[in-house]
Design a protein around this ligand. Structure first.
Ligand code: PXP
Length: 237
């Protein structure tokens, strides 16, 4: 199972002072030394953390999977076609949110997403859709031509007790259906060193995309060690 490390949170600290440090590009290279299989960056419309410069430099130094998270907008499509990350994960984006709060609106956005997927794939970029763990959303992902889905694990991560079991079941079912339809299934959001095990144990998941928890641990133990420890937990399954 692959581990993609999201380095936006390093950029968030940098932007707290609008300075040059810490540099998400340096963090990415160290995360790779720690065993990351890929690096993710979310270039937001308002550039509140990651900047265009980060994406460009990451493309230069990341020789494993570079995953650009972005909204399906004209500006972002232009940037993706220019920089050519290995994959794009299309996400919904709201200005006021603290982080990506839910999966894509697959019914309302179907047409835009389909056109965006085609444009990106035509230039050799694989496309993943960040979706809620609903069977219908997996079906639509297949219908509109995505290569992969990333199942939103936020509700699982935030739930407790029985409710968490229910949310886990929804993720498992969504992964199953995705695999059956021939889609690669990834998972991410809210995963940490305590709740990752049940998700890592799901058969048929291609990769996990994790940011906040790894970067939080990195502040205390260093990023190479934080990544290595997460890889160890994932590899256990
Ligand atoms: N996957 C997607 C699509 C995301 O938007 C995010 C948050 O940037 C993540 C994974 C990582 O989430 P977290 O920071 O909670 O690990």
């Amino acid at each position: 199972m692959l581990l993609g490390v999201n380095v936006d949170h390093v950029a968030t600290v940098r932007e707290a002072r609008k300075t040059f440090e810490p540099d998400p590009v340096m963090a990415a290279t160290l995360a790779i030394l720690g065993g990351a299989d890929g690096i993710t960056i979310h270039l937001r419309e308002d550039r509140r953390h990651a900047k265009d410069r980060d994406l460009r430099l990451l493309r230069e130094v990341v020789h494993c999977e570079l995953n650009l998270e972005m909204a399906a907008t004209k500006e972002m499509i232009r940037i993706a076609l220019d920089v050519k990350p290995d994959m794009v994960t299309l996400v919904p984006e709201k200005r006021q949110e603290l982080t990506t709060e839910g999966g894509l609106d697959m019914v309302g956005q179907k047409k835009v997403l389909k056109e965006t997927i085609k444009k990106l794939q035509d230039s050799g970029i694989s496309v993943s859709l960040f979706i809620n763990p609903n069977i219908m959303d997996v079906d639509i992902s297949k219908e509109i031509g995505a290569d992969m889905v990333e199942i939103h694990t936020g509700l699982y991560a935030n739930a407790k007790g029985k409710k968490q079991g229910k949310e886990l079941h929804r993720v498992i079912e969504a992964v199953k259906v995705a695999n059956k339809l021939g889609l690669f299934a990834n998972a991410g959001h809210g995963l940490n060193y305590f709740n990752v095990k049940s998700i890592a144990a799901i058969e048929g998941i291609r990769g996990l995309y994790i940011g906040h928890s790894i970067i939080s641990r990195a502040i205390l133990v260093g990023i190479e060690r934080a990544v290595r420890e997460m890889k160890g937990l994932i590899r256990g399954y």
